[in-house]
Design a protein around this ligand. Structure first.
Ligand SMILES: C[S@@+](CC[C@H](N)C(=O)[O-])C[C@H]1O[C@@H](n2cnc3c(N)ncnc32)[C@H](O)[C@@H]1O
Length: 205
């Protein structure tokens, strides 16, 4: 059964996540995992200023490109929880990152997974929310905000151009409606994606 919470689109429908094309698999392996996850993702993770002992939840970890950089930024007393709705991609991430002892993997819908409330210091969303059906984005952000402890931080980076993107104003509105306070939100330019929305939001409840 196709779950309702992944947007069926020309760029990332459910079947594409569970049975990616040969080109998608090769592209992800060569470009995303072998190159971007070594050079670009660690650069982004450095901007998060993690001290290393945090409990971090990565929403939509895919094949683990960002997870590798995040787990390296965490010490053994830190913890990374990788969540993805796709069993295909989370199994791939699990295989790739089996040597890291500070990661746990959860396959499923964040609104149903029952991750304990107030259990994480930070949530990282990297190129995921634009793939979630607009009708349920607020449920997803609410669920993620609940997993943060008081004064936790949500970091988000998304392509900003619809249809394969989400406008920064929508990201700001979703965070506000979920009770998160904006610390910073803005756009940068990328040769590959055009405008990219980069935001940091704080919980204070
Ligand atoms: C473009 S990939 C990004 C992967 C990773 N965050 C990165 O930047 O390397 C998007 C991922 O989001 C996942 N995803 C899409 N909708 C989701 C949802 N509702 N809940 C959890 N994961 C979702 C997809 O399965 C896919 O693995």
């Amino acid at each position: 059964m196709v779950p309702y919470y992944i947007r069926g689109s020309t760029t990332g429908g459910f079947m594409e996540q569970e049975q990616p094309s040969f080109l998608r698999i090769i592209g992800e392996e060569l470009v995303d995992y072998r190159i971007r996850s070594r050079y670009y993702h660690p650069k982004y993770v450095r901007t998060l200023d993690l001290v290393g002992s945090e409990r971090v939840l990565e929403f939509g970890c895919g094949g683990g490109c960002m997870s590798r950089a995040l787990s390296r930024a965490l010490r053994p007393d830190g913890r990374l929880t990788c969540v993805d709705i796709s069993e295909y991609w989370i199994k791939k991430a699990q295989r790739r990152l089996h040597a890291f002892s500070n990661i746990e993997f959860l396959a499923g819908d964040i609104t149903r997974l029952e991750v304990p409330d107030n259990s994480h210091d930070a949530v990282v969303i990297h190129f995921v929310l634009h793939e979630v059906d607009p009708a349920v984005r607020i449920d997803v952000v609410n669920a993620l905000a609940k997993t943060l402890h008081a004064e936790g931080t949500l970091f988000i980076r998304e392509p900003a151009h619809p249809p394969h993107g989400i406008p920064v104003a929508e990201v700001e509105a979703l965070m506000r409606d979920a009770g998160l306070r904006e610390h910073h939100a803005g756009c940068t330019r990328s040769w590959r994606w055009g405008r990219i929305c980069n935001g940091v939001f704080l919980k204070s409840w």
